[in-house]
Design a protein around this ligand. Structure first.
Ligand SMILES: Nc1ncnc2c1ncn2[C@@H]1O[C@H](COP(=O)(O)OP(=O)(O)OP(=O)(O)O)[C@@H](O)[C@H]1O
Ligand SMILES: [Mg+2]
Length: 232
């Protein structure tokens, strides 16, 4: 990402959410992004995922040059290459958990039967195999979050983007999910980007990026680099 800017609103209501963001993600890594509320983290993730337009700058995700692509091309890219775990989960209340998780596969042309079989496997991975027929509204916050995680992983996207993936999870479940995401990042040609305030999961980071006021201020080559700096 090079010099990416994004402004919301006009006149008095104008907010410059991103003021020229530069950073890279490496293949095979779990990159953690930290920073205060309102510094632009969700905006940044939405732009990388192709769900939000940006004003200027350049973004390359694998061989995709987002700044040169039209809407249909970006939609294809998003369906194929991106798994997104939203801060607010964004599950579809009228569908069962299994159907929610099948959606990314159906959008990619997988048959319903195969989609449901793979969705069932994904539900096992996040420990929810008994909830396939349940609707998301009947689940706890942490269970809904795990459905959202299964949905983001089920089509084996190359880039997985997670906005506070452990916010609704207890310590043990959060650790399990981070281990899962860390394993996913190590599969060939994958990367995982995680935004978090949860200090309990910092230790899963391969690198840490600090955002502040619409900019990436610093990149730490490891979690220990980051904690050493916090202490000094
Ligand atoms: N749709 C929108 N319309 C107007 N302003 C917005 C919109 N989305 C975000 N903003 C503003 O852009 C800035 C960055 O918001 P963003 O949601 O990216 O922050 P964040 O770092 O994810 O915060 P948090 O940690 O609270 O989730 C904030 O000042 C926010 O008010
Ligand atoms: Mg946010």
């Amino acid at each position: 990402m090079r010099n990416v800017t994004k402004t919301f609103g006009t006149g008095d209501a104008r907010t410059q959410a991103l003021k020229g963001v530069n950073f890279d993600t490496r293949l095979g890594e779990l990159l953690l992004i930290v920073g205060p509320s309102g510094c632009g983290k969700t905006t940044l993730l939405s732009i990388i995922a192709g769900t939000m337009q940006f004003d200027s700058g350049e973004i390359d995700v694998f061989e995709n040059r987002l700044h040169t692509m039209d809407k249909p091309a970006i939609t294809d890219f998003r369906r194929r290459d991106i798994g997104f775990i939203f801060q607010q989960f964004n599950l579809i209340p009228t569908l069962s958990c299994l159907e929610n998780i099948s959606v990314p596969l159906l959008l990619n042309g997988v048959s319903r039967r195969d989609a449901e079989a793979r969705a069932r496997e994904a539900m096992k991975l996040v420990g929810l195999e008994t909830k396939t027929r349940e609707h998301p509204t009947n689940l706890s916050g942490g269970q809904q979050q795990r459905v959202a995680i299964a949905r983001a992983l089920v089509h084996e996207p190359r880039l997985i983007i997670c906005d506070e993936p452990t916010s609704a999870l207890d310590k043990d479940t959060g650790a399990k999910i981070m281990e899962l995401l860390h394993d996913v990042a190590k599969a060939p040609n994958r990367s995982v980007i995680v935004v978090t305030h949860d200090t309990r999961i910092f230790r899963y980071a391969d690198r840490m990026t600090e955002m502040e006021d619409g900019r990436v201020q610093r990149v730490h080559e490891s979690y220990t680099d980051y904690t050493n700096e916090q202490e000094t």
